[in-house]
Structure formats: structure tokens, C-alpha cells
Design a protein around this ligand. Sequence first.
Ligand SMILES: Nc1ncnc2c1ncn2[C@@H]1O[C@H](COP(=O)(O)OP(=O)(O)OP(=O)(O)O)[C@@H](O)[C@H]1O
Ligand SMILES: [Mg+2]
Length: 358
Amino acid sequence: MSTLETQGLGKTYGDFVALAPTDITVEKGEFLTLLGPSGSGKTTLLSLIAGLSEADSGRILMDGKDVTYAAPYQRDIGMMFQNYALFPHMTIAENIAFPLKMRKTSAAESARLVKEALEMVRLPHIADRYPKELSGGQQQRVALARCTIYRPSVILMDEPLGALDKKLRDQMQFEILRIHKEIGGTIVYVTHDQEEAMTMSDRICLMNHGRIAQLGTPADLYFRPQSIFVADFLGEANLINGRLVSEAGMVRLNDGSEIRVSLPRPIAQGTEVKVMLRPQNLRLAETANSDSISGKLISSSVTGASTKFFLDAPALGDKPLIATRATGLSEAAPEPGRDYRLTFDPRDAVAIPASEAA
Ligand SMILES: Nc1ncnc2c1ncn2[C@@H]1O[C@H](COP(=O)(O)OP(=O)(O)OP(=O)(O)O)[C@@H](O)[C@H]1O
Ligand SMILES: [Mg+2]
């Protein structure tokens, strides 16, 4: 049975649809991430699940039980937010014990659980300190201990690492995954950082304008985007204009050439499409026999582990093409101003109907 299910769950503010009626099923133990641009409805959805705001359509089921109108504390849910929201006048131990106190756990049991929780987040020595005596990362660990202490079956996290610097964020991602494994609950996590979402999630629910754009595994969304929005949002994508001339997967480009592509879903012959090719799947070559497109090299830049090439191909799309390859001194440097072929494996060229912009 699924831990958490929304059926037609929606929220409006006056005429504005913050969340269109939404169906999501989250499996027991799953790590699901809500990803999407600012204002896409991530917090709205999370607040409805938490019971912090009221839905104006649909239902929320937890373990099959309707909790749509249950108060937050009646839902078997733990919460963690971006601003750590620790109580400043309570010690760390008191902060972590707070959910237990609300649930009338005995003092002895509470003390034991707090000790265990502090060990779990690797802060066993700070029980008697106050929040202001901790670093941001430490406070976030305490918040993590607090929201997991009573082992809720679902934990909701809204950009919990947003306030931390990159290095600390990487560490905390690892900690959250470790604790998720250890306690085995279901997590619904919000971020607008696509790399964080790809690293942490079993599945990603990518949202746009209060709707689900696509829900699937990180690989599904990255390699098989069903719309241009999804292709563009997750990592870099070249989007090349063309028309499907064969339902077996042949696209005629606007420069007259034809390329083989893969079709994640059937598309009717004659449909205008955009062919998505990730920069790392395009290889710069002097000549090519098949499965290639061409462009004039504008510039290249070493970004660290990879070198990025920008190529002009006005017939193929609005933006320069981007190709990357691993940086290495042994590779000959291509010359700006010259025409090159960009070869690819047709399995990496994904056709998306051009009309599906959202
Ligand atoms: N109380 C409110 N009254 C009116 N509009 C609201 C209210 N709360 C949210 N909204 C609107 O609903 C939309 C979705 O907001 P939401 O907070 O869910 O976005 P989000 O995806 O969490 O964005 P962010 O990444 O910036 O946190 C936004 O356009 C927001 O302005
Ligand atoms: Mg938000």
C-alpha cells in the first residue's frame, strides 16, 4: 500500500491556481523530490500534505486513510524547513525532545531517544547548548534529529539545505540519505536545485505553473523528457528544430539533412519536433558518414573537468550548439571559425513534439 496519495488535490488563491488538481502516489520508503522553478507550487503542495493549509479540491490519503481535514499533529508526518526553526530559548536536547513532549512520551524514554538521535546526527556532545551556539550546518542536523525523533512514516522537507554553502550542502545530502536508509521512512523533499534532486531521489516530480510536468526516475526525466520544459530544466540540452518524416524515427532538419532519432513515445509523421541532444553526447569530428549535424565553431572554454565547445548552426535552432568533452592536454584543440561535424548515437537523440513546450 502506498504511504501517501493525493487525489485531485488543488489550491487556488482567488483566481490564481497555485496547484492544479494533482494526483501523486508515493510508495512506502520512497524518496520523492518536488523540483521546479520558483512559484511552481512545490511549497503549496507540501503545505497541503502537512495540513498547514487547506485544499480547495481533492483528497489526501495516508496509508489509505483520508487525512484531508485532519490537523497537522494528527498526521503521521515530520517536517523540516529551510530556516531551521529551532526554538531559541530551548536547549538542543529540549528542541529535539519537543515532538515527544507533544506526544506525552515519558521523561526517561524521551531522554533515551534524544541521546540516540544526537548520535545519529553525529552531535553527541551538544545536548545542553542553545541553538545560537551552533553553526548553520549543526542547526540543520538538530532540525533533522527533531523531525525524525518520533519516527513519522512520512517526512516532508522544504529546501532544508537552501541556506547552507555548497560543501556543507553536499555533506548534508549524504547525511539525509544515510538517515533515510537508517529509519526507512518515506521522504517528500523540495528543492529547486536539479543536481540535488538527481543525486538524492528515487523519483522526481518536476513541477511547472502549479502542475506536474513529469514524474519519474531521475534517468527517465533526464534521458526521456516528455516536453521541452523538462529537457531544458534538467541539465543542458541542445534543442534542434525539425519535422518527423518517418514514424520509425527519422527527422528532417531545417538545413535539409536527415537524422535518425529515438522516440520515447509514438509521434505522428509530419509533426514538428525538437530533437534533444545532451552536450556530452555530441562529439566534434572533422568528417562523418552518418548520424551527425554540422556547425561552425565559435569558441571553446575549459570549465574544469570538461571542455565546452560552442558552434553556430542557425538553421538548426535559435541558440548555438553546445558540445562537451573531457578536458585533456593530449586532445588537439579545434580551430574557431572552421566547420565541424558533430556525431552522435541516435539513441541519444530524443524527439519531442515542438508543441509540448510546458
Ligand atoms: N498565501 C498566498 N496568497 C496568494 N498567492 C500565494 C500564496 N501562497 C503562494 N502563492 C502563490 O502560489 C504560487 C506557488 O507558490 P509556492 O510557494 O508553492 O511556490 P514554490 O514552488 O514553493 O516556489 P519557491 O521555489 O520560490 O519556494 C506562487 O505564484 C505564489 O505567489
Ligand atoms: Mg517554496
